[in-house]
Design a protein around this ligand. Structure first.
Ligand SMILES: NC(=O)c1ccc[n+]([C@@H]2O[C@H](COP(=O)([O-])OP(=O)(O)OC[C@H]3O[C@@H](n4cnc5c(N)ncnc54)[C@H](OP(=O)(O)O)[C@@H]3O)[C@@H](O)[C@H]2O)c1
Length: 289
């Protein structure tokens, strides 16, 4: 039975290790956290493993899952590289969304394989994460052999693995920031603008929910260009110019954003074929594209 060490068994490490133990029958070896109490709690949740709180107590395993916070990944790799416990063909993998597998390069220099396995999921409750892991999309990058093994594991766990480029990891992560976090920022701009127009937050929520949900449905059913509506798609030059003017006075930062997002909308409107060449040219000038 292949063995697995877990370094940093927290919100992600605990459910992932338990799934790997229960469904893939990996032998959980050492579970290293900063305190022995925390390591013991992690072992209790995983249902296996020897709790430890120092790297000197770590005994080697075939696989090592490193789920310390992102800021500790490189340091962890450095400590492991100096430990003389790394052997050729061992596999070390981390789960960061923004830090590439190459953060573990000190480990790779010692002959082991490295990879990153990023589950696109919010892990806030270990039991819930365990129950809902199936179907999670997991981004893989790193050494090919290691990725192939992790891909197989993900499939066996009912997840959806896919590959990204190591040197584009931050661009990959920024896509998630746009799609998730900045969607909230855009909604907040809509709330503030409605409030300025005299609409209460409660009514704004009620009216924006079906409006935004319908947009998302259209987006995923039809793709971006076909789902685009509004003044830029219709070539309403005067409306776009007037809204930029009014936002520049009320909230200049919203005007800047309106123009930047408008540039993207304009590209989509051109792709959709809903603008005349003249309107597209005029809109480009207004938006500063
Ligand atoms: N949380 C999410 O939603 C999520 C989603 C996808 C990916 N990720 C990624 O998953 C990784 C882990 O995140 P997490 O949310 O699971 O973190 P977490 O809940 O804060 O757990 C981190 C664990 O690492 C241990 N630790 C901290 N510093 C350490 C060190 N220097 N050496 C050894 N152990 C150390 C902590 O031990 P103590 O308990 O003793 O302090 C803790 O158990 C990160 O790379 C993160 O980007 C997180």
């Amino acid at each position: 039975m292949p063995s697995l060490n877990v370094i940093g068994a927290g919100q992600v490490g605990q459910p992932l290790a338990r799934l790997l133990a229960e469904k893939l029958h990996l032998d959980i070896h050492c579970v290293l956290n900063r305190s022995i109490e925390s390591a013991q709690r992690a072992c209790d949740f995983i249902g296996a493993g020897k709790p430890i709180d120092s790297f000197t107590a770590l005994s080697p395993a075939d696989y090592t899952l490193i789920t310390t916070p992102d800021y500790a990944l490189q340091r962890t790799a450095e400590i492991l590289a100096k430990s003389q416990k790394i052997k050729k063909n061992m596999i070390f993998f981390q789960c960061s969304g923004s830090i590439p597998s190459s953060a573990l390069h000190e480990i790779k220099n010692k002959g082991a394989l490295i990879a990153s396995f990023h589950p696109i999921k919010s892990f806030v409750d270990t039991q819930r994460s365990l129950n809902t892991f199936e179907g999670t999309y997991c981004a893989l990058e790193g050494d090919q052999k290691a990725c192939k093994i992790l891909e197989g594991w993900a499939i066996k766990l009912g997840a959806n693995p896919f590959y990204i480029q190591t040197d584009k990891k931050l661009i990959y992560h920024s896509s998630l920031v746009f799609a998730c976090n900045y969607l909230i920022s855009l909604a907040e701009i809509a709330f503030l603008s409605l409030e300025e127009a005299g609409v209460s937050r409660d009514i704004s929520k009620s009216l924006l929910q079906p409006f935004m949900e319908n947009t998302l449905t259209q987006l995923f059913e039809k793709d971006t260009a076909k789902a685009l509506s509004g003044p830029i798609a219709r070539g309403e030059i005067d409306v776009v110019q007037s809204e930029i003017n009014v936002l520049t006075i009320w909230r200049p930062n919203f005007a800047t954003l309106y123009k930047s997002l408008g540039e993207i909308a304009l590209t989509l409107a051109e792709k959709k074929g809903s603008l005349t060449t003249q309107d597209a040219h005029r809109l480009k000038q207004i938006l500063g594209a």
